[in-house]
Write a protein that binds this ligand. Sequence first.
Ligand SMILES: [Zn+2]
Length: 156
Amino acid sequence: MTFICGGRPQPEIPPSSEGVVILPWVCPSCDGTGTWDDGLQCMLCGGRGAVNEEDLGEWDRAELKRTPIPPAVMKTPCRDCAFRPGAPEEDEKPPADYPFYCHHGMPVVDGAYAPTAWADGKPLGALVCRGWWAAATGEDLPAEAYRPANDGWGRS
Ligand SMILES: [Zn+2]
């Protein structure tokens, strides 16, 4: 499968047994271009321009730059983010190997979040939790303590 972006074929996304693929680092070998100076496809990132920890091997971590955060991820962690200190989920955080979605704007039915549209097992239009993104990419988790929203269901 080839993904098209701006009319240019993009390299394939690598398969993942965990169901989620995140490339949090700009490829240090080609500086994110996907090709080396001689025009050949970069062997470290396979032409994707970005890499994950497994791709990096022995590469010097001090040279790494973060890739841009996808637009589907919340810009900042919510004040009642599950990944804040003191959150109800603090002792059992959502697993990093499957996307976790921000609850803001989601309907609640019988005490549970109930998205009204789904595609491929994912809630359509829901944004990914910023705290989850930090956990899944090895960033520091939100430092400020959890503060519940006014109605207890994430609506402020
Ligand atoms: Zn590269």
